[in-house]
Structure formats: C-alpha cells, structure tokens
Design a binder for this molecule. Structure first.
Ligand SMILES: [Zn+2]
Ligand SMILES: [Zn+2]
Length: 144
C-alpha cells in the first residue's frame, strides 16, 4: 500500500460508472494524463475524445460490479472496457490484459491533483471540435 499522504497527493482515488454499479479504486497515482482525440475515443465518449490517466493495470482494484464489466476489442486499436448496465466508458489501452491501462478521468469521484500533459491524435480533430489554447504539446498520433 502506498503511504497515506505523500506531499499532499491523495493515496488512493475512487471511481465509478454512471449507474454506480461498478466501483473501483486506484492504488497509485497516474504515470501521466493525456487528452485523446482519436476517432475511437469520439465514438465511445459522445464528445471530442477521452481524457485518461495511465496506470499499471494491477493498481486498478474493482470494488463492486466486476460482473458488469465488458471489454470490446476493436479490429484496430486497444481494448476498451465499459459497464454493460449503463454504457459508461471506464478503461482503455488494453485493460484488463495489458500491463498498463488508461482510466477515463470522467469516472473519478474524488479530486485529482494531476493535470493533462498533452493532446494526442489531433489528426482526428473533428470539424465541430476546437482544441483549447492550453499550451500543451499536440501530437498527430500517439507520442513516442
Ligand atoms: Zn454502470
Ligand atoms: Zn483515443
């Protein structure tokens, strides 16, 4: 278990889906947070894309509703996991098989003291979408 308080950082964060049946806890801070504007994230998010924190998959502890988790494996790209009851998009980047996963920030119920560090897949920015002038680096695809 991580220390309860490391320099003001909350030791664990909790998240849930829209219907509340799936609840989980993150037992480590994110390795990084990014905005993704790719076509897949648009389809599954209902908006311009997703904003996710990257974390080792083992640091995601499902507290409730594990039986409601469904994973979709697109022909092209990483697996995405959602709640079958309400459709909330929860995890990406290959969860649960991958070593590291992406946790959608929209699922978090507690405060986050980490800020996004980049916009990726800006080649897929939609005609109706405007990138914010937030000074963050922008990558056409996934930064290497
Ligand atoms: Zn749900
Ligand atoms: Zn994406």
């Amino acid at each position: 278990m991580p220390a309860r308080n490391t320099g003001g950082r909350v030791a664990s964060m909790q998240g849930s889906c829209l219907c509340g049946a799936v609840r989980f806890e993150l037992t480590a801070p994110f390795d990084g947070v990014v905005h993704c504007h790719c076509a897949s994230c648009k389809k599954l998010s209902g908006g311009g894309g997703t904003t996710s924190g990257l974390i080792p998959t083992g640091e995601i502890q499902i507290l409730d509703g594990e039986e409601l988790l469904r994973t979709f494996q697109p022909a092209d790209g990483k697996a995405k996991t959602f709640c079958v009851s309400c459709g909330s998009n929860l995890f990406g980047a290959g969860y649960p098989e991958s070593e590291a996963s992406a946790v959608r920030l929209t699922t978090l119920d507690s405060g986050l003291d980490q800020q996004p560090r980049a916009h990726m897949f800006v080649r897929s920015v939609a005609p109706w979408e405007t990138l914010p002038e937030d000074g963050l680096p922008r990558f056409g695809e996934r930064p290497t």
